[in-house]
Design a protein around this ligand. Structure first.
Ligand code: TPP
Ligand code: MG
Length: 278
């Protein structure tokens, strides 16, 4: 798997989705592209022909506003046809801006109210343990989302119940809705917080590097202490496209004009061609 190429293609599709609509959560979608690619193309035991396969691995994207990123990957995996991507959040769509398990094949939990999806992931991991089905349950929370008390209630339950089938990620992109997380309500030292809740903790310095993410997941699967694992990914919000990344505090939900869509698609296509020429 050529991770770099796949990430460029996925970013192109996310930009297309949001640019076609004209507005959307592009920053937090771009920061988890590498994570989604490593999960869906290397680690997850899933079957796009049978989205509800028994004992499949699951991904609960608790920061549900990153739906556009998940849709780009699910579409590439052939869960649904490509023309769905131009319907993002339009009336009657199967791709609402926030993840909805009743509308989109491949979405394992309806999310968007921050904090709640993580509790669902913990519940699903507990159910999987009771069924002894051998599945891994993956879940992604945001750094801003980590300010929610509900996260820490679920965290206590997961370690007490020895949910070592649960591998969670914090997309630590340092920004929340309209400012730096540190300036609003800092979550640091976030690794020590998870350790004190009795979780295994792995911190990935470059959370937008597929190889580093892959190593962290392998490490999480190989702990032999029955505890859940939190992988903290130090990411960049809006990573991978210059005008999005440079917008920083303004890239949470951005208006994308037709000109921005065109220039962004051009930038990503040029990066793809440079890569292919090598
Ligand atoms: C309970 C709840 N409160 C507020 C919101 C509105 N909201 C949506 S995204 C967001 C910021 C989240 O920041 P973070 O978790 O860091 O996400 P990311 O940076 O990855 O986009 C907020 C406040 C929400 N969806 N749910
Ligand atoms: Mg954030």
């Amino acid at each position: 798997m050529d991770y770099t190429k796949k990430c460029l293609e996925i970013r192109r599709d996310i930009l297309f989705e949001i640019g076609t609509l004209g507005v959307g959560h592009i920053g937090g979608s771009f920061s988890i592209v590498e994570l989604l690619v490593v999960l869906y193309y290397k680690h997850m035991n899933i079957n796009p022909q049978d989205p509800n396969m028994i004992a499949r691995d699951r991904l609960i994207v608790s920061k549900g506003h990153s739906g556009p990123a998940v849709y780009a990957v699910l579409c590439d995996k052939k869960y649904f046809p490509k023309d769905w991507l131009s319907t993002l959040n339009k009336p009657g769509t199967n791709l609402p801006s926030h993840c909805d398990m009743n509308r989109t094949p491949g979405i394992d939990m309806t999310t968007g109210s921050l904090g709640q999806g993580f509790s669902c992931a913990v519940g699903i991991a507990k159910a999987s343990k009771l069924k002894q089905d051998g599945a891994y349950i993956y879940t992604i929370i945001g750094d801003g989302e980590s300010q929610e008390g509900q996260i820490w209630e679920a965290a206590m339950f997961a370690s007490q119940h020895k949910l070592n089938n649960l591998i969670a990620f914090t997309d630590n992109n340092k920004l929340q809705l309209d400012n730096y997380t540190d300036e609003i309500c800092s979550i640091e030292p976030i690794d020590k917080k998870w350790e004190s809740f009795n979780w295994n903790v792995v911190r990935v310095k470059n959370g937008n590097n597929c190889e580093e993410i892959d190593k962290a997941i392998i490490k999480a699967k190989n702990f032999d202490n029955n505890l859940p694992t939190m992988i903290i990914l130090d990411t960049i919000k809006g990573h991978g496209l210059s005008f999005v990344e440079n917008s920083k505090v303004n890239n949470h939900s951005m208006n994308i004009t037709p000109d921005m869509l065109e220039s962004g698609l051009k930038e990503l296509s040029e990066m793809l061609s440079t890569m292919e020429a090598k």
